[in-house]
Ligand binder design. Structure first.
Ligand code: UT7
Length: 323
C-alpha cells in the first residue's frame, strides 16, 4: 500500500539586494518599458558576493521547518533542486544537511533547471509513498545571477536569485496527488550553459559559463508544453479548471503564464504571480510563489493547487496537490 504525503510547512528567502529595471538599463542597452512589456518583470533580487545557494536554501529551510513545527532531527530526507550548486561536490543538500544539524538520512541535489523543484518534490513524494522517508525537506534554491552574462541583454534581464522550501510528511490523507513530468534532450541547445566541469573547466574558472537562450523558440515551446502538462494533471484526476483553487506556475514570463491560464480557461485571479518582483528564479520560483500565497492567506488548507514548471533540457512538468 502506498503512503500519502502532505505539505506541512513552507518557507522562502530572497536576498536583500534588489536590482530594478532602471538600474539594469544603466548596465545594458535596455529599458524598464521593454523588460516589463515583454516579460512582466520590474525587479529581481541578487545574492551578495559572499552569499551562496546554500545560504539562501538554509534561510528558506529554517522558515519551512518553523511553519511545519518540526525540528531538524525530524527530517530524514533532504533534496535540493538547484542549477547553481555551491561546490562541484559535495551536493548542496549535504552542505545544507550539515548546517541544519541533520545526520544520517539521504541528502542529494536534483538538477532539472527551472523544473527542478517539481522534479524534487516528485522524488520526495515517491520516497514517502514507499516508506523510504517519513518527513522530507525539499528545496529549490538558486544564485542564477552567477551564470548570467551581464552584457547579454536578452538573458540577464530575466533571472534572479532566491530559495523556496517545503516540509513533506507521511499522512493519512492525500496531499500530493499526482505528478506529470517530462523531458526532451533534443532541445538541449535552445536554453543552456554550454560549458561545464567536464567539457571546459577553464571557462568555468574564468567565469565564462553563461546562460544562453533562443528566447522565441523557448517561449513557444513553454506555452505549448506547459499547457499540455496542466491539461494532463486535470484529465488524469477527472477534474476541470473549476475544481482548481490555484495555479502556481513557474515564473518565467507573464505572457507565458497568461497563455496557460487562457488555455485552461482559468481566471488570472486564481494564478499566483510573483514575476514582477522576483523575475525568474529557476528552481526556486514555484516554492517561492507558493510560500508567498500561503503566508498572505490566499492559499488555504484543503484547496486544490496545480504546480507547473518548464526549463532547460527541456525538462518540464505539472503536479496536482491538495494543500
Ligand atoms: O525558465 C525557462 C523558461 N524561459 C522562458 O520561458 C523564456 C522564454 N522567452 C521569453 O520570455 C521571451 O522570448 C523574451 C522575453 C526572452 C523575449 O521576448 P520576445 O518578445 O520573444 O522578444 P524578441 O526575442 O523577439 O526580441 C525582440 C527585439 C530584438 O531586436 P530585433 O532583432 O527585433 O531588432 C532583440 O534584440 O528586442 C531586442 N531585445 C531587447 N531590447 C531591449 C532583446 N532583449 C532586449 C532587452 N532590451 N533586454
Amino acid at each position: 500500500m502506498l503512503i500519502d504525503a502532505r505539505i506541512i510547512g513552507t518557507g522562502s528567502y530572497l536576498p536583500k539586494r534588489v536590482l530594478d529595471n532602471h538600474e539594469l538599463a544603466e548596465m545594458v542597452d535596455t529599458s524598464d518599458d521593454w523588460i516589463f512589456s515583454r516579460s512582466g518583470i520590474r525587479q529581481r533580487h541578487i545574492a551578495a558576493p559572499d552569499e551562496f545557494t546554500c545560504d539562501l536554501a538554509l534561510q528558506a529551510a529554517e522558515r519551512a521547518l518553523e511553519s511545519a513545527q518540526r525540528n531538524p532531527e525530524d527530517i530524514d530526507l533532504v533534496i535540493v533542486a538547484t542549477t547553481t550548486a555551491d561546490q562541484v561536490f559535495p551536493s548542496t543538500a549535504c552542505l545544507l544537511q550539515e548546517r541544519l544539524g541533520i545526520r544520517g538520512g539521504p541528502a542529494f541535489d536534483v538538477q532539472a533547471v527551472c523544473a527542478g523543484f517539481v522534479y524534487a518534490l516528485d522524488v520526495a513524494h515517491r520516497y514517502i509513498q514507499t516508506g523510504g522517508s517519513k518527513c522530507a525537506l525539499v528545496i529549490g534554491a538558486e544564485t542564477f545571477s552567477r551564470i548570467l552574462n551581464w552584457k547579454d541583454r536578452s538573458t540577464c534581464v530575466l533571472f534572479g536569485d532566491g530559495a523556496g522550501a517545503m516540509v513533506i510528511e507521511a499522512s493519512d490523507s492525500p496531499g500530493i496527488i499526482s505528478s506529470h513530468l517530462h523531458a526532451d534532450g533534443a532541445y538541449k541547445d535552445l536554453l543552456c550553459v554550454p560549458t561545464g566541469i567536464s567539457t571546459a573547466y577553464d571557462q568555468v574558472l574564468q567565469r565564462e559559463a553563461f546562460t544562453e537562450m533562443k528566447g522565441k523558440e523557448v517561449f513557444r515551446w513553454a506555452v505549448s508544453a506547459l499547457g499540455d502538462a496542466v491539461v494532463e494533471a486535470l484529465e488524469a484526476n477527472n477534474l476541470t479548471e473549476k475544481d482548481i483553487d490555484w495555479l502556481v506556475p513557474h515564473q518565467a514570463n507573464i505572457r507565458i503564464i497568461q497563455a496557460i491560464a487562457r488555455r485552461v480557461d482559468m481566471s488570472l485571479d486564481k494564478v499566483v504571480v510573483t514575476i514582477e518582483r522576483h523575475g525568474n528564479t529557476s528552481a526556486a520560483s514555484v516554492p517561492l510563489a507558493f510560500d508567498e500565497a500561503v503566508r498572505d492567506g490566499r492559499i488555504r488548507r484543503g484547496q486544490n493547487i496545480i504546480f507547473e514548471a518548464f526549463g532547460g533540457g527541456f525538462a518540464w512538468g505539472s503536479m496536482l496537490v491538495k494543500y
